[in-house]
Write a protein that binds this ligand. Structure first.
Ligand SMILES: Cc1cc2nc3c(=O)[nH]c(=O)nc-3n(C[C@H](O)[C@H](O)[C@H](O)COP(=O)(O)OP(=O)(O)OC[C@H]3O[C@@H](n4cnc5c(N)ncnc54)[C@H](O)[C@@H]3O)c2cc1C
Length: 431
């Protein structure tokens, strides 16, 4: 069998390795336009901050590809004729397949701001290896930077720019940082932490115009508060969306929605063609809204599932209990279960360690726990997931919390000293 996988991110490579385990004889080719080797996108910031070399971003030894007989092709797929099972690459080369997997990921959102069409340089996103190249090229000639978009990628770029000693303004159009994921209390803690690091965090303020110098390099932005902020680097980090732009031009491509439309087995409307990871839009009969999960662990799971279905297993995708972890500068962040998209006023237990950037929020429906938002210490997400699955009571979770807390190098956060409040969850949902 001849399998072609488009995209060498975590979804594509997981699929390739799992397919090889399944069939020693299959021909497996992975095509990617971005890089020669799979790298950890979540660790991009550590390369920008010189903590890691680019090579260190690669989770696999380079020899693995040859050992597993996974052929790598560095190019963009620009067209597809499914009736002939053929792909066309940017170079003009053709590739044929029996089974095809789209694992093309996501790209940054961009908006039609006034002045955006005049920009030739100075505007960056922070998603791809090429974005990292651009950021690094612009860094020496940047004194002031503005970052737009109050989510995880935005704060990572802010941290990188601070590392390079730039004056950074972080424009967040909502009333608090990252309202789709954080309660107001956590967000205020993170906001105060950013300000303590020297970031100008501007809430309720958005970009309205970009101004450029005679060479077309960004020189300032105008904001909804009427301010002109000088900047030589403008980071646009206001979300990502499935990378389907190229696919729209394919002669005989799969059905597209916001992403690549797939059924619960992750198969597209084309026979033998699948999609997984950030690019997949999963339609499940009976469910009103399709599912698009733009996170690492889901991409990995979906890649592994597609590998099984390539060989006829017909496994359906069950979204796991949501889990994500990251850092807001030094503040650890673990989220499990449902803490977003809940009705206004959903009850929560919120606890904060006085004087420290440590907080815990247990979201519940009055009798059973729905999710956790934990900041400032490290948590074993598997234990928290189990409690959500077992529909444990909020009291049970509170009592047993120490069992879910990881030992950390400098000791555990002192849970007994937490100040506890019962708070309704106020959601700011404007996007
Ligand atoms: C800065 C940053 C931080 C993040 N932090 C977290 C985090 O803390 N936790 C978390 O869960 N997730 C995080 N994410 C998201 C996570 O990285 C993604 O969900 C995950 O990498 C998606 O993997 P994927 O394999 O679906 O796609 P990708 O990793 O995007 O790989 C897709 C590949 O396909 C290539 N491609 C696309 N179209 C074509 C084509 N036509 N021809 C050839 N190649 C093509 C792309 O260039 C890309 O190389 C972060 C993302 C970023 C950018």
């Amino acid at each position: 069998m001849k399998i072609v996988i488009i995209g060498n991110g975590v979804a594509g490579i997981t699929c390739a390795l799992a397919a090889r385990q399944r069939d020693a004889g299959a021909s497996i080719t992975v095509v990617s336009g971005e890089t020669d080797y799979f790298f950890s996108r979540t660790a991009l910031m550590y390369a920008y901050m010189n903590t890691l070399q680019r090579r260190d971003l690669e989770p696999l030894e380079r020899g693995v590809y040859a050992k597993q007989r996974i052929e790598r092709v560095r190019d963009w797929v620009v067209d597809m004729h499914h009736s002939q099972r053929t792909l066309t690459l940017g170079s003009g080369q053709k590739l044929t397949y029996d089974k095809l997997v789209f694992a093309v990921g996501a790209v940054a959102n961009m908006f039609p701001w006034a002045g955006a069409a005049e920009v030739k340089d100075g505007l960056v996103h922070f998603v791809s290896m090429q974005d990292l190249d651009t950021c690094e090229r612009l860094t020496p000639s940047t004194r002031e930077a503005v970052v737009v978009g109050g989510g995880l990628i935005g704060i990572e770029l802010v941290e990188c720019l601070l590392y390079h000693r730039k004056k950074v303004t972080f424009l967040v159009r909502e009333p608090w940082y990252w309202p789709v994921a954080l309660g107001q209390e956590e967000s205020e803690m993170v906001g105060a932490h950013m300000r303590a690091h020297g970031v100008e965090l501007a809430l309720n303020e958005e970009l309205s115009r970009i101004d450029v110098d005679p060479q077309g390099r960004v020189k300032s932005v105008h904001t909804s508060a009427g301010r002109d902020l000088p900047c030589q680097l403008l980071g646009v980090c206001a979300g990502v969306h499935p990378a389907v732009e190229r696919l729209k031009k394919f002669t005989e491509g799969p059905r597209l929605g916001r992403g690549i439309v797939v059924d619960p087995t992750l198969q597209t409307d084309l026979d033998g063609v699948y999609a997984c990871g950030d690019c997949a839009e999963i339609h499940t009969p009976g469910q009103e809204r399709p599912l698009t999960e733009l996170i690492w662990y889901s991409a990995k799971r979906q890649g592994a599932l597609v590998a099984r279905n390539l060989f006829g297993d017909e496994v359906t995708y069950q979204p796991p209990i949501f889990f994500n972890s990251s850092k807001f500068f030094e503040i650890e962040y673990t989220t499990v279960g449902q803490v977003m998209e809940l009705p206004e006023g959903t009850p929560t237990i919120y606890r904060r360690l006085p004087g420290k950037n440590v907080s815990q929020r247990i979201v519940h429906d009055g009798t059973r726990v729905l999710g956790f938002n934990m900041l400032g210490s490290r948590w074993n997400h598997e234990v928290l997931e189990r409690w959500v699955q077992e529909r444990r009571s909020p009291d049970f979770c509170l009592k047993h919390l120490p069992e879910a807390q990881y030992d950390v190098e400098f000791g555990r956060a002192a849970l007994s000293a937490m100040r506890e409040e019962t708070l309704p969850l106020h959601k700011e949902t404007r996007r």
